[in-house]
Ligand binder design. Structure first.
Ligand SMILES: *[C@@H]1O[C@H](CO)[C@@H](O)[C@H](O)[C@H]1NC(C)=O
Ligand SMILES: *[C@@H]1O[C@H](CO)[C@@H](O)[C@H](O)[C@H]1NC(C)=O
Ligand SMILES: *[C@@H]1O[C@H](CO)[C@@H](O)[C@H](O)[C@H]1NC(C)=O
Ligand SMILES: *[C@@H]1O[C@H](CO)[C@@H](O)[C@H](O)[C@H]1NC(C)=O
Ligand SMILES: *[C@@H]1O[C@H](CO)[C@@H](O)[C@H](O)[C@H]1NC(C)=O
Ligand SMILES: *[C@@H]1O[C@H](CO)[C@@H](O)[C@H](O)[C@H]1NC(C)=O
Ligand SMILES: *[C@@H]1O[C@H](CO)[C@@H](O)[C@H](O)[C@H]1NC(C)=O
Length: 424
């Protein structure tokens, strides 16, 4: 039997938790394992915790199941680049306390080499397959697996959602900071490490021939729905509900910020070229010549980029035949955690949505994992409507909880003109 141990990563206990399951030896396809007690911030809940070690793929497993027969919904969390499974930020005890089995997965991307992302993705798919085969022994339901992740973890999640290699294995996906719309100019920068030039050219030729196109302009004019259909299998492998969004002060927007008006203008020129920089400056004007005004306009522009991009992604996915009837829920996280000056910074939602803080209880993620709908389960107060291609709104989470427009009509029009110059 393996000796299983874990660093004491949990938060200070309200109650020492223990449960029937960690006292048992659990048989997995890779040998027997035994858990340890873990702590939850919620009293009276007994959680079991394992590190399940298979070759080089590491998983932490938290479960509040009281027997292996329980069939709890399962959430697999892929954390961002630079993270580690032992970080309290990704602790799973409180999601387990909500009646699910929670796992966090090491990302091989984090090794720091410019290798093809595919090896890491094959590792990620292997994790999903192993969870599917073994999670029943931990009281989890292999037919109710939700994959979730943030930043690099969100990319991993996105690939698990779409790859034919994971077809049929997942019930829902949570993608935090986040999806990028295929025509977002940031995509080319983010994708630079994927392939060398000869591979990229060969892929381009295959795509052009698949879509019967003869120019880059034709390729750009393809709808997201058509791109989604390009997997050789006739559509996204897992047409399941998706929950996705951004935080306010990330992906360009930053706090604290101290820039001049000239720096703001230069940033717009670098991003859009001079003609469109002028249009974006008009759409996101600085109130006056002060650096405070320049910073506000700079951040407003980048925050709108996130919202329009996320919404456009959702709209595009909704337009694919296989996902027409499948709900996508979009959010914009605006809560500023206390005691710091970075606003609603990247990763600031994680502690809240995973319920790793005392005195807060965000139901959205737990509801989604259990029911594939953030509204079903513990009440969220205001209905979180899925994106339908109608009203251009995202859900503002925490501060002024409710719907907010993705941007003004004029701003959205300009983004559409720039990002979607051909059609949608
Ligand atoms: C949790 O574990 C403790 C210690 O084993 C036990 O006394 C208690 O009854 C358990 N609580 C529940 C709700 O099962
Ligand atoms: C395990 O038993 C405890 C005590 O009855 C209960 O509170 C908890 O919800 C059970 N766990 C699950 C996953 O049902
Ligand atoms: C990876 O590639 C980027 C872009 O080409 C380069 O800046 C970086 O130094 C490379 N990192 C490693 C570890 O090779
Ligand atoms: C580019 O990558 C492909 C696939 O890994 C490889 O077969 C090929 O040799 C590489 N070409 C160059 C010029 O490095
Ligand atoms: C490309 O053209 C061929 C031959 O006309 C057709 O069978 C195929 O469906 C077309 N592909 C797409 C993606 O439109
Ligand atoms: C903003 O930057 C300028 C130029 O670097 C500096 O003089 C000024 O003190 C900074 N203001 C604040 C509030 O940090
Ligand atoms: C300039 O704009 C900033 C940011 O909106 C505002 O705080 C400040 O009061 C404005 N100054 C003047 C003189 O209007």
């Amino acid at each position: 039997m393996r000796v299983i141990s874990l660093t004491a990563s949990a938060l200070a206990p309200v109650s020492l938790a223990s449960a029937a399951l960690y006292n048992q030896v659990i048989d997995t396809a890779y040998g027997p394992v035994q858990g340890i007690p873990a702590f939850s911030s919620q009293p009276h809940t007994n959680i079991s915790n394992w590190v399940e070690i298979t070759d080089c793929l590491n998983l932490n497993v938290w479960t509040s199941a009281n027997s292996t027969q329980e069939k709890c919904p399962v959430m697999i969390w892929s954390y961002p680049a630079g993270g580690s499974a032992a970080q309290p930020l990704f602790d799973g005890a409180d999601m387990a306390a909500k009646g699910m089995v929670y796992l966090n997965a090491e990302m091989l991307e984090t090794v720091g080499h410019n290798v093809s992302g595919n090896w890491a993705m094959l590792g990620q798919f292997a994790i999903l397959n192993r969870v599917h085969e073994n999670i029943g022994a931990f009281g989890g339901d292999p037919e109710r697996i939700t994959v979730a992740g943030q930043s690099a973890g969100s990319a991993a999640t996105y690939h698990m959602l779409n790859s034919p290699l994971t077809k049929g294995l997942i019930k829902g996906a949570i993608i935090e900071s986040g999806v990028r719309y295929p025509r977002d100019p940031l995509c080319s920068a983010l994708a630079e490490n994927y392939r060398n030039m000869s591979t990229a050219l060969a892929t381009g030729e295959t795509l052009m021939s698949y879509f019967n196109t003869s120019s880059i302009a034709d390729l750009r004019a393809l709808l997201t729905a058509q791109l989604n259909a390009y997997s050789g299998s006739g559509g996204p492998a897992n047409p399941v509900p998706v929950l996705t969004g951004n935080t306010r002060d990330e992906s360009g927007a930053e706090l604290p910020i101290n820039i001049t008006l000239a720096q703001y203008k230069t940033d717009l020129e670098t991003r859009y070229g001079s003609i469109y920089a002028a249009k974006f400056l008009e759409a996101f004007p600085a109130a006056n010549d002060s650096s405070a005004a320049a910073g506000e306009a700079f951040n407003a522009h980048y925050a709108a980029t996130s919202r329009v991009g996320t919404y456009s992604f959702a709209e595009g996915r909704n337009a694919a035949p296989a996902t027409l009837e499948v709900s996508i829920y979009t959010y914009f996280w605006t809560h500023t955690p206390p005691g710091q000056d970075r606003g609603a910074y990247r990763e600031s939602e994680i502690n809240y949505v995973l319920n790793n803080l005392y005195g807060t209880d965000s139901p959205y993620w737990a509801n989604f994992v259990k029911n594939q709908d953030p509204n079903v389960g513990k009440s969220v107060g205001v209905e979180w409507k899925p994106t339908t291609g109608g009203e251009e709104v995202v859900m503002q989470l925490e501060d002024g909880f409710g719907e907010m427009g993705i941007a003004t009509e004029g701003q959205v029009g300009l983004f559409r003109e720039w990002i979607v110059p051909y059609s949608i």
